[in-house]
Write a protein that binds this ligand. Structure first.
Ligand SMILES: Cc1cc2nc3c(=O)[nH]c(=O)nc-3n(C[C@H](O)[C@H](O)[C@H](O)COP(=O)(O)OP(=O)(O)OC[C@H]3O[C@@H](n4cnc5c(N)ncnc54)[C@H](O)[C@@H]3O)c2cc1C
Length: 380
């Protein structure tokens, strides 16, 4: 039986580990449970279009990742795990002025083209005026000029999906160690993992350590261009409203609102490139997200502030994730760098890298995501 160690227990590492366990490998996840884990903070938007992905090379991965979601949920259900927070609720892209109204038409054309290219998750499209949009999302401003509604957008609760994966992994014999770990080398080969002051031997090791992946690579002479980008979110509660079927609300820009049952609304998010590993909530961050949200939806002014969350997106140097075997160490694998789309794509990326470890050809060409594209230093 193949023994695999996974460094990092966010959504990507957990999904990778679970897939391996489903195929008979003996897996141990080492997770440090850092404050700032992106999965625990992530809003949970699985959007109609790749709203935040500007990189074309990611699109085939994205398309397959969305098709994979129901498959993963079905496998989890077989293991008795049904509590993932996944729901198809649709999305509203709203225009606040004439320029954005013009952009809606462009977006609609793009959605149609994508759907024809196999992006089935976009669903049905319809154009609405302001009043029509408010029927879907009552707190919206009177000044909203129009909206595009796409029925196929979905939400996921990153924390609940991660907890389900972890439990399912353990049911299949996988282990979960809460510990800081690093890759152990001997004679230029990866030998396993060092954690809790001992060596854990492994046939293969996967680094899925989110924003912290670069420092693990550095110690091995692997230049991994991954850096943290802080995102702050505000969770609101709207007493007396049932928000469970409200669509995802997207403005033009990086801000959005996402509803969960029974009356929760997640307002996000900042994109702070100079945060480093500081996962604090700041006055400026909270102000920025609330200011935009209340401009789009002033009806939320009466909402109660229930929680502030912050996480570190693992941003890669070229916007593409880093997936597959390291060119330097044959039994070392990488699965990281998903930036702001890791809840959407990460579970599938994890599965693809697991397949590589198992010696199966991954269903998507991983060459655009090869870890070696950032250069290869010398083995330690
Ligand atoms: C505010 C915010 C909103 C977001 N919204 C969305 C969204 O709506 N849709 C979407 O698709 N994506 C979204 N994302 C992005 C998504 O959350 C991330 O891309 C994804 O969660 C990354 O998962 P990961 O497993 O790579 O990293 P993480 O979830 O950060 O997990 C990495 C884990 O590795 C552990 N670790 C690090 N170093 C070590 C070590 N040496 N030893 C042991 N463990 C270690 C850490 O403690 C951590 O638990 C959002 C992110 C943020 C911050």
């Amino acid at each position: 039986m193949q023994e695999v160690a996974v460094l990092g227990g966010g959504l990507v590492g957990a999904s990778l580990a679970y897939r391996l366990a489903c195929h008979g490998a003996q897996v141990t996840v080492f997770d440090r449970a850092d404050t700032g884990q992106a999965t625990a903070a992530g809003a949970g938007i699985l959007p109609p279009l790749d709203h935040f992905i500007g990189v074309q090379a990611v699109l085939p991965l994205l398309r397959a990742a969305r098709q994979y979601y129901p498959e993963l949920l079905a496998v989890l259900a077989e293991d008795g795990e049904l509590d993932t927070g996944y729901d198809v609720i649709g999305a509203l892209q709203v225009a606040t002025n004439d320029v954005e109204l013009g952009e809606l038409a462009h977006l609609e054309r793009e959605c149609v083209a994508r759907r024809e290219a196999g992006f089935a998750h976009i669903g049905e499209l319809s154009r609405l005026d302001g009043a029509g949009a408010r029927k879907y999302f009552p707190p919206l401003a009177q000044s909203i000029r129009g909206a595009l509604h796409a029925t196929g957008a979905a939400r996921i609760d990153g924390r609940r999906l991660l907890a389900s994966l972890r439990r399912a992994l353990q049911k299949r014999g996988g282990r979960w160690q809460t510990a800081s770990a690093e890759v152990a080398l001997a004679g230029g080969r990866v030998q396993g993992v060092r954690a809790d002051e001992r060596l854990w031997p492994a046939d293969s090791v996967a680094i899925a350590a989110g924003a912290w992946s670069a420092s693990l690579g550095e110690r091995l002479g692997l230049p991994l261009l991954v850096r943290p980008q802080r995102g702050q979110l505000v969770h609101l509660e709207l007493p007396g409203s049932d928000t469970s079927r409200w669509p995802i609300l997207l403005g033009f820009g990086t801000h959005y609102l996402l509803s969960f049952p029974p009356n929760r609304i997640v307002v996000g998010a900042t994109r702070e490139d100079s945060s480093g590993f500081d996962a604090s909530v700041t006055a400026g961050g909270v102000h920025a997200v609330l200011e935009t949200a209340l401009r789009l939806a002033p009806g939320l002014a009466r909402a109660r502030l229930s929680e502030l969350r912050t996480g570190l997106r693992p941003l890669s140097g070229d916007g593409k994730p880093i997936l597959g075997a390291s060119a330097l160490y044959p039994n070392l694998y990488l699965a990281t760098g998903h930036g702001g789309y890791g809840l959407e794509v990460g579970p599938y990326s994890g599965a693809l890298v697991a397949d590589s470890i198992l010696g199966k050809a991954p269903a998507v060409d991983l060459s655009p995501f090869a870890p070696s594209r950032f250069g290869v230093a010398s083995a330690r």
